[in-house]
Design a protein around this ligand. Sequence first.
Ligand SMILES: C[S@@+](CC[C@H](N)C(=O)[O-])C[C@H]1O[C@@H](n2cnc3c(N)ncnc32)[C@H](O)[C@@H]1O
Length: 271
Amino acid sequence: MTLRELYSLSKKMLSGASDSPGTEALLVLSAVTGLTKERILLSFEEQIEDEFSKRVLDLVQLRHDGFPLQYITKKCHFYGLELCIEQGVFIPRIETEVLVDLVLELIEREKLKTIVDIGTGSGAIAVAVALNSNCEVYATDINEKALLLAQKNAQRLGAKINFLKGAFLEPVRPFIDKIDLIVSNPPYVSTNATLSKDVLEEPLDALFAGEDGLDFYRQFFKEISLLENKHVVMEFSPEQRDWMEKLSFFGKVSFFHDQFGKIRFFHLKIK
Ligand SMILES: C[S@@+](CC[C@H](N)C(=O)[O-])C[C@H]1O[C@@H](n2cnc3c(N)ncnc32)[C@H](O)[C@@H]1O
């Protein structure tokens, strides 16, 4: 079989399962060969070994069956950065790039010096903020695999971040006074929500937070209620907006939309 034939077969297999079967087929081929997409196109007429085609077609079948492309290519893109990703770690979403913009604007406007990203996952938010500001950045997670991957991403991209393991604010409590801003894209999906097969391949404790999706928030705000004079910037699900109104109890709250026009973030300035 030539590379062209393998590409065509892969594209055909993905046509019912993906909006961009050609691109995804090329990305799988690129992940297996280690060649760039351009190099693959230039090598289209080359014969390839059966063992190699089998590896490609097995992965294409996996993708066809709903396994996330990012877990196959082991790469994802966030805020103009190429991050490593792997199964067992949440795949960063494009909406969260707006959260990074909000954080960077605040850092600049309020001259903030120290921030913590709670539930850092692959390190997406922490790395983007560290590379685009002069802040001292801390990042936490309960997931050991996520922390190791985040550390790898930070090192690869030259971002200086202090990683800590633990739940909610516990890892930063010993030095909470010096933290100016807390950012988080926490688990906020309702356990009653119907999610697509590929999303369900992601770690469930990164997604779900009880029946109304607010379990993380309930505990988090108990802990926040003890703090003074901090900025908190977080992501939530649009249908949780009314519940978030309660935040005004702690200080001044502003809401922000994502790039699709949905209300998705708040900034709270704790009094
Ligand atoms: C929705 S993912 C977000 C990951 C990353 N910040 C991003 O935007 O791509 C939520 C992350 O929070 C972590 N997490 C869940 N519960 C947590 C808790 N109680 N304390 C700290 N991290 C938690 C999960 O392991 C997961 O990595």
